[in-house]
Design a protein around this ligand. Structure first.
Ligand code: GLU
Length: 543
């Protein structure tokens, strides 16, 4: 077969020569150990937490080695394209401080010399390389209808495992040039398949930077390289793009691991050297029954990065939480360095913890509480307001008008050596502090204590004193003593039956009357902020 003739026949319109293309993508000039990484999402309109997890690894590997991190949009599957999707992805990366060094905005700027950064704009490049492979007898046209790329490969693989025979070789590899010419004349569409050399038995080994040595059966599938719209499959684009664009480390989900042998054969056919790989584990979550499921957009709102924004999480908390999932030594480092910026942590994208990452909201909340507890009241106010401007617009006027009061509320038990750790997201603020903005709707009262409760509050009206914390507490104690509550804790512990309770019991009654809750931050601070009139009103109403 005259492969050169076949290539010209199939790609008569493609004038791009791969040697010319390669001149446009010179080797990047970087320091010896500098790594080039990329984040390569499909434009599906949302950013999955698992994708962000990978981008975080990509960014850190590139930045910590003095390399380059770029964004490539894998939009060859035109059906899945959501308009504005790449702006969403770039927006999230930027907000989280992972701005790529190179990227492209659809219909807008391109930053970087290795673009286009949209695969759909690289069609001629893929065709040039497919043409090269055909001209060397390493690929061939296939006129069969089913040309869906990945699903095709998967289906064949499954079939092969089921039957235990090698059925991977595509019948179209045996077409004669005359038959091909005839079909082209009839206007039949074709895809381009790799002519695999694999026998379905031989094995290959490779070193995954995260998982260590992996042994797999070498590829034997005549996989599709170009679909019948002549757009590349993921596999072919991966080989062409990551080579031309100079990627040195590919960080991708472990669902791609089974395709590695195919990628190896494609790289070999093209005469390209493969980059290093880190196949990252998928993130799971336990359900109420204790079974774990893959974090999915359908089942778990937190699979979508926008969730954290809407809920008003601090970005640093999300980042710290994920680093903690990636590097198991992060937690100890954080304990030893509570105030250091994350940039000082020796983040190692090559040392991903072997444990399956399980998304744990409680852990995230704890990390977030810790971070927010260190903020000044002023900073909290700023964060709360900017969250409200996006997601709680009905509260913005109030927040702006009563900035001073809101800041004081935020300052209760804050800016102290042991600050309170109750807020973990801004959307909880108005619920958590509802009693600072209106009379409580419910009261946590134990039924059997109701009489004592009322007695204390009726009496307290005469003891209300807010001039200083000491004066306030002295009066609470005086009243407690008068009503038969212990003021001396030792005496109370030694002889609890002789008292109705102790000062803490009395404080709890006052707290419930004012806030509706048994637990709250510093009661005196709350009372002074609400003011004497409001407190008397609430007590009267309660009684
Ligand atoms: N577009 C692919 C995906 O979203 C990229 C995988 C890779 O990073 O190579 O899964």
């Amino acid at each position: 077969m005259d492969y050169k003739k076949l290539a010209d026949l199939l790609f008569s319109d493609n004038k791009s020569d791969f040697t010319e293309i390669e001149k446009k993508y010179p080797k990047r000039i970087l320091a010896k150990d500098a790594e080039v990484t990329r984040f390569a999402p499909s434009p599906t309109g949302f950013m999955h937490l698992g994708g962000f997890f990978q981008a975080l690894i990509d960014f850190n590997i590139a930045k910590r080695s003095g390399g380059v991190f770029y964004l490539r949009i894998e939009d060859t599957d035109q059906k899945r394209e959501v308009s504005g999707a790449s702006a969403i992805i770039l927006g999230i990366l930027t907000e989280y401080g992972l701005l790529p060094d190179e990227y492209q905005l659809k219909g807008g700027v391109t930053v970087g010399d290795y673009g286009p950064y949209y695969q759909s704009e690289r069609k001629e490049i893929y065709k040039a390389y497919a043409k090269k492979l055909v001209s060397e007898g390493k690929a061939f046209p296939c006129f069969c209808k089913k040309t869906e790329g990945l699903s095709d490969v998967k289906e064949k693989r499954e079939k092969k495992f089921a039957v235990g025979v090698n059925e991977d070789k595509d019948p179209c590899r045996n077409l004669t040039i005359e038959q091909i010419e005839q079909m082209l004349k009839e206007g039949k569409k074709f895809s381009i398949r790799l002519k695999s050399n694999g026998d379905g038995v031989s094995k290959i080994k490779f070193e995954d930077c995260g998982k260590g040595e992996v042994e797999m059966v070498a590829n034997s599938i005549d996989a599709i390289l170009l679909k019948n719209d002549l757009m590349p499959t993921y596999h072919f684009a991966h080989a062409v793009d990551d080579t031309l664009m100079g990627t040195t480390v590919v960080v991708r989900g472990e669902e791609w691991l089974p395709s590695f042998p195919l990628h190896k054969e494609i790289f070999d056919a093209l005469g390209f050297k493969q980059p290093k790989y880190i196949h990252t584990p998928l993130i799971y979550k336990f359900n109420e029954k204790g079974n774990r499921n893959k974090l999915s957009k359908r089942k778990h709102p937190e699979a979508d990065m926008r969730f954290f924004d809407k809920e008003g999480y601090e970005k640093q908390a999300v980042v710290e939480y994920l680093i903690n999932l990636i590097n198991s030594n992060f937690e100890n480092w954080r304990k030893a360095n509570p105030d250091s910026p994350i940039s000082e942590f020796a983040f190692n994208g090559f040392k991903i913890t072997a444990n399956t990452p399980i998304f744990d909201m409680i852990k995230l909340n704890d990390i977030s509480k810790e971070i927010i507890s260190k903020f000044s009241a002023e900073r909290c106010y700023g964060e709360l307001l900017s969250w409200a401007r996006e997601y709680s617009t009905e509260n913005v006027d109030y927040l702006v008008k009563d900035k001073e009061y809101v800041t004081k509320v935020l300052n209760i038990d804050r800016e102290k050596p042991k600050p309170r750790k109750d807020i973990y997201k801004w959307s909880m603020f108005f619920d958590l502090f509802d009693y600072m903005f209106g009379v409580p709707h419910t009261y946590e009262i134990d039924e059997q204590k109701k009489t004592d409760f009322c007695e204390v509050l009726k009496t307290y009206k005469d003891y209300l004193e807010l001039s200083s914390k000491d004066a306030w507490f002295d009066n609470v104690k005086k009243m407690a003593e008068k009503l038969g509550y212990a003021v001396d804790n030792k005496a109370y512990k030694a002889n609890p039956e002789s008292f109705k309770g102790n000062v803490a019991t009395v404080c709890e009654y006052i707290r419930v009357a004012i806030t509706g809750r048994k637990n709250s931050p510093d009661l005196y601070e709350i009372m002074t902020l609400l003011g004497e009139k409001e407190i008397s009103d609430r007590i009267s109403q309660f009684v």
